[in-house]
Design a protein around this ligand. Sequence first.
Ligand code: PLP
Length: 381
Amino acid sequence: MIYLDHASTSRLYPEVASYIREHIETDFANPASAHSLGLAAEHSVKDALKQLAADLSCKPDELIVTSGATESINTALQTAVKKLHRRGRRIVTTAGDHEATLNAIKALKQEGFDTVYAKLLSNGSVDLDHLAGLLNEETIYLSVIAVNNETGACNDIEAIRTLRDKLAPRALLHVDYVQAWTRMPLNLRRSGVDFASFSGHKIHAPKGIGLLYVREKTPYAPLILGGGQQGGRRSGTEHPLFVSAMALASKIGTERMTDANSQVTDLRRILLDELGSIPYVINSPEDGVPHILNISFAPARGETMLHILAHRGIYVSTTSACSTAQNAKSHVLTAMGIGGERLDGTLRISLAAENTEADIRLAAAAIRQAYEQLAAIGGRR
Ligand code: PLP
């Protein structure tokens, strides 16, 4: 098996898998229990949050453990709605944000909110001039993706924060850092963002666990009410083992970031070299993150290529996993002005340092063969 779909989800780091195996039968206590087992579980959550906060440059108390980024994104947005709806009705995001943000915001349009979307430039990052034109005194929420999950295009969060401060000072700023975490240094304290979302399963930790960062003194309203866990900010029994596993993955990913990025950059270059003379167009920008390569093999259809490759044990995707589930065309590439055969011919190949050079050479050969096979029968099947 050659797994090249790391932007969809990642395999556990071997160290994280061993940690879970070693502790899953023993570390089952409820961190809210008053006995010694419960206290030990509570301590393990505290230690994990300290590690996570150190990696993200924030305070442990500013982190809330959630079920993943989708919950974090919804919690941040609903906070703005609950706390600020009397101050304004405008909610701003970008045309390239993740479905979790887009669909949560879309639902608010029906409730009478004025929901608007900043355009993307052809390189996949947000058009800052257009964004500036959308921000006003009525704006209560601005949500932006830091690294696009389909193309790897990066947004300039500092510039966006400055625009918010100047043009929409009442707006709470949320950043979706899911694809940025452990791929670039993050300093939440310095970033000036109010909310930030993170997902464990994109950084070689388990699924079903993530983080919401809430800057100190930012208004907050819990989405999930119940037993008052996490200081009432997110009820529901925590999963101490998975919180620790996420902290371990964050530590490993942060420590290895520089090496992993250079390994992945080399693998990406080898992949492109090995594709040889078959025609392709790269949809990812040159200054994007190295681990996401969005590439079009038109007139071959991406979906057909994906299935031919999967048959050979090579796993890639066409668009985000969420769009695939909804059978939709990529809203991100469409917003970049890409359409027709180039859009239909797209594959997203997402790499990690665990991929080997041999894997990449085999994958490139298989892509070449799949392309040639399709070209021989007219490419469009
Ligand atoms: N934001 C981005 C950029 C993503 O890639 C994903 C994952 O698909 C999400 C949000 C949602 O994350 P989760 O699967 O943890 O809910």
